[in-house]
Write a protein that binds this ligand. Structure first.
Ligand SMILES: Nc1ncnc2c1ncn2[C@@H]1O[C@H](COP(=O)(O)OP(=O)(O)O)[C@@H](O)[C@H]1O
Ligand SMILES: [Mg+2]
Length: 579
């Protein structure tokens, strides 16, 4: 993974929206650190007060406390300082809760926005890019990576907040006693260094392992259920189970490690603190100093430590969280940078385009998936005019689907050109696609009603039901649907409702009609259905011939007899076989 940009930069760059809310955070933090400052100072003078009633007047460095006490004009009133202390801690508690809520809210809203932007970015992916990864990787990216990123983002914001508080408190401690602060800092830095050395360095490895394992787990689970029927009959769930178990174990291992590593510092810090305070006292006793005079200073340090120890503890957690989420942040940043094109805004609604297809030309098209190897397709020439029916045949693996992908504009030719109405297809892709229906071997159905499957991707309240009925009639599914208990609202994957291959195929046709497509591109539409249904589909296509442009792939010559032109792939090129 590329690492040229800083982690923080990437984390904040991935805040795709809501930047104003982010800008408000430092203001909260500054306000809250001022409250911390006052409360710690107050504790010092409170203790000083208990020891010596003239404490405030004597101590020059509690200037702001003098200021406070003069305001309430109770310079010798221990009760007043007590009340003030409680009040400030009360406000501090409320403010802390508020800030905490803001951070959590911000992180979650950002995750939601990021998921949206990510989905949009993936839409812009070239088809050939898309194919490079397994679909489970995309699921993991939108799901887990974003969640891990959210953890990193929360840590970043809290880190900045705690840093501000630490700097402010350190400022106070310098004023109170620079020597003590130096002593404490050296001890703390030492501890953090040792901790990092022994525990932290391999935490980013664990983050990487975690993401990898999540990807594997999702992949195995999706395969497990996708192939449920085959696996059940073969009774071979075994290797899938093993894979799922091994990835979940790795996930558990990484998570345990992370939780363990991040809880250690608290104990170390407490230890440092107690060593620090006893050292001061011991040192003062040895040097015959008056401990009573030291008491306010010690109490300020103790109060500051009370505040700083959890923060220092948090810091190590933050570093852990940064490392842990680094891999996710890098992957997300990489994907967004690569795939979110700036023209996202201009993305037009393809359904609103109306264009008139006249002809498509493939002129001397060469294509290869693997640049090291020979061309899969060489010098392919093909002319498709409006209303014609064209078939492409050839043995399996000869490149039939590849030609369709070229025609669909999903992949681009290496050499030669594809023209749509005499213009480059690449620049007219939306106009072309707005007219095309693609009907593959296996119709893509979603877990929803017949209605939603026909008007695929249209919001339920925007579906034109009259048109749905017309489409059902055109594809001869009207009676079938009428006899279902829930009619067009029947879920296609409902138990008891078995939709046959032919019916699936006809839903695909109905979909094409619903979207007013007049160019039908079919990739072996009859290869997974029985002969009777095949004959029915062929009859149906023959019926459509003339009114629709049809491009069909099949290796069964019988099923493409109805076409005007039949081409065959031979020696990596296209030859006209029958006219
Ligand atoms: N995304 C891909 N990446 C690399 N090779 C591919 C890809 N898709 C198909 N191929 C290869 O290209 C050849 C033609 O594939 P395809 O067009 O699907 O054949 P057909 O549809 O005629 O069966 C096959 O050898 C196949 O392995
Ligand atoms: Mg194929």
């Amino acid at each position: 993974m590329r690492k040229e940009k800083n982690y923080f930069f990437k984390v904040f760059a991935l805040v795709v929206d809501n930047k104003l809310r982010l800008a408000l955070m430092p203001i909260y933090f500054i306000f809250s650190s001022i409250l911390d400052l006052i409360s710690i100072g107050l504790i010092g003078s409170y203790i000083g007060f208990i020891v010596d009633k003239n404490f405030i007047d004597n101590e020059k460095f509690f200037l702001f406390l003098n200021f406070w006490s003069s305001i309430i004009n109770v310079s010798n009133n221990i009760i007043a300082i007590g009340i003030l202390l409680v009040a400030i801690f009360f406000i501090k508690a409320i403010l802390s809760i508020f800030i905490h809520r803001q951070i959590i809210k911000f992180s979650h809203i950002t995750q939601a926005n990021l998921r949206h932007v990510l989905m949009n970015a993936y839409q812009n992916m070239k088809y050939s890019e898309y194919l490079k990864r397994d679909s489970s990787e995309y699921i993991a990216a939108v799901g887990t990576l974003v969640k891990n990123y959210g953890g990193g983002l929360t840590a970043c914001i809290q880190f900045i907040g705690d840093l501000i508080i630490t700097i402010v408190i350190a400022g106070l401690l310098i004023i109170v006693s620079g020597t003590y602060l130096l002593f404490l800092s050296v001890a703390l830095i030492l501890i953090i260094f040792l901790y990092k050395l022994f525990f932290l360095d391999n935490l980013d490895e664990y983050g990487k392992k975690l993401n990898f394992s999540y990807g594997q787990m999702y992949q195995s689970i999706s395969e497990y259920f996708y192939g449920f029927k085959e696996l059940k009959i073969l009774n071979s769930f075994n290797s899938f189970e093993k894979k799922i178990m091994s990835s979940t174990k790795q996930i558990a291992k990484s998570d345990i490690r992370q939780s363990f590593v991040t809880t250690i510092p608290r104990f170390l810090l407490e230890l440092i603190l107690i060593i620090f305070i006893t050292s001061i006292v011991t040192f003062a006793t040895i040097n015959n100093q008056d401990i009573e005079l030291l008491l306010p200073t010690i109490s300020i340090f103790a109060a500051a430590s009370l505040r700083l120890v959890p923060i220092a503890n948090q810091f190590t957690k933050y570093i852990g969280a940064f490392k842990y989420s680094e891999d996710s942040v890098n992957q997300l940043y990489y994907d967004l940078e690569k795939y979110s094109s700036s023209d996202l805004g201009h993305k037009q609604d393809i359904h609103k385009i109306s264009d008139n297809f006249i002809e498509m030309d493939l002129c001397g098209v060469n294509f290869t998936y693997d640049k090291q190897k020979n061309y899969l397709l060489k010098n392919v020439n093909l002319k498709i005019s409006k209303g014609s029916a064209i078939a492409i045949s050839g043995p399996s693996g000869s490149g039939k689907t590849t030609i369709l992908n070229l025609i669909l504009g999903l992949i681009n030719p290496e050499k030669g050109k594809i023209l749509y109405n005499k213009e480059h297809l690449r620049f007219n892709i939306d106009r072309w696609r707005s007219q095309v229906a693609y009907i593959p071997q296996e119709t893509f159905l979603i877990n929803d009603s017949i209605r939603a499957n026909i008007a695929l991707g249209i919001n339920s309240n925007e579906i034109d039901d009259k048109k749905i009925q017309e489409c059902l009639e055109k594809v001869h599914l009207k009676d079938f649907v009428k006899n279902l208990k829930n009619g067009i609202e029947t879920n296609v994957s409902e138990r008891g409702l078995s939709i046959s291959g032919g019916q699936r195929q006809r839903i695909a046709f109905a979909r094409a009609f619903y979207f007013n497509r007049n160019i039908f591109i079919l990739d072996e539409p009859t290869s997974s259905i029985d002969q009777a249904t095949e004959a029915e589909i062929i009859d149906y296509l023959t019926e459509l011939k003339g009114s629709k442009t049809i491009i069909i792939i099949s290796h069964k010559l019988d099923s493409i007899k109805f076409c005007d032109y039949i081409y065959e792939i031979k020696d990596n090129s296209l030859k006209l076989k029958i006219k």
